[in-house]
Design a protein around this ligand. Sequence first.
Ligand SMILES: Nc1ncnc2c1ncn2[C@@H]1O[C@H](COP(=O)(O)OP(=O)(O)OP(=O)(O)O)[C@@H](O)[C@H]1O
Ligand SMILES: [Mg+2]
Length: 238
Amino acid sequence: MSDAFAAAALRLSAVTRTYKEGEGQLEVFRNLNLVLAPGELVALVGPSGAGKSSLLHMAGLLEAPTSGEIIIGGASVSALSDIERTRIRRDKIGFVYQAHYLLPEFTALENIVIPQLIAGKPRKAAEIEALRLLTLMGLQDRKTHRPSQLSGGEQQRVAIARALANGPKILLADEPTGNLDERTAAGVFDALMVIVRAEGLAALVATHNLQLAARMDRALILHEGRLIDGGKLGVGAT
Ligand SMILES: Nc1ncnc2c1ncn2[C@@H]1O[C@H](COP(=O)(O)OP(=O)(O)OP(=O)(O)O)[C@@H](O)[C@H]1O
Ligand SMILES: [Mg+2]
């Protein structure tokens, strides 16, 4: 096994995903391989329907591949029990969606405290960590605001902080700025980059925004069932 493989934060090996479609099968991708190194920020781009969300769901252990292996921190997860998989998802993976899914009746701070309490952390330590993450996202003065009292960009920044509440090493984001206007999207992405670098995360971010993709370390292009390493996209990629 090469060093890059052994040290990978996340690896997908020969992953195939098919869905039932009427009488037949829809094959989204076949024998897909991916290596995400620790500390690497990678864009996942490709046309609508190419399978970006499916790929992220499998990488995030939200969905099992039809065949192939998901390897996190050197260990294959397919052989694990549901309980063990749930624990890995909680401790090692942060997930951000296009919508923020914050709990409306709780403050920004509480939204980041709650997942830590569920994981068994004492409240005081959870609050300190939540405030640290909010501060990294530039939102320390919004900590007592409820989601409805935050702008769309602020809501999404809280959602990113919440995804990191339990100290994962992998961040998976599915069009995290997809609901935002261009300027707000750029601001949220700035904050995402700050926190990804500060925490030394490996991040895989699906986006239709090629300007944002060009700011990441490299881009993976999903197209017609194949994953192509596009390297670092040029600024003129738009
Ligand atoms: N649960 C499911 N059952 C059946 N088909 C599905 C399911 N989830 C996704 N698909 C199909 O798999 C393909 C890939 O979908 P996916 O949502 O992963 O694409 P995407 O690249 O994320 O697209 P977008 O950019 O629009 O978000 C699509 O053809 C979709 O219809
Ligand atoms: Mg999608």
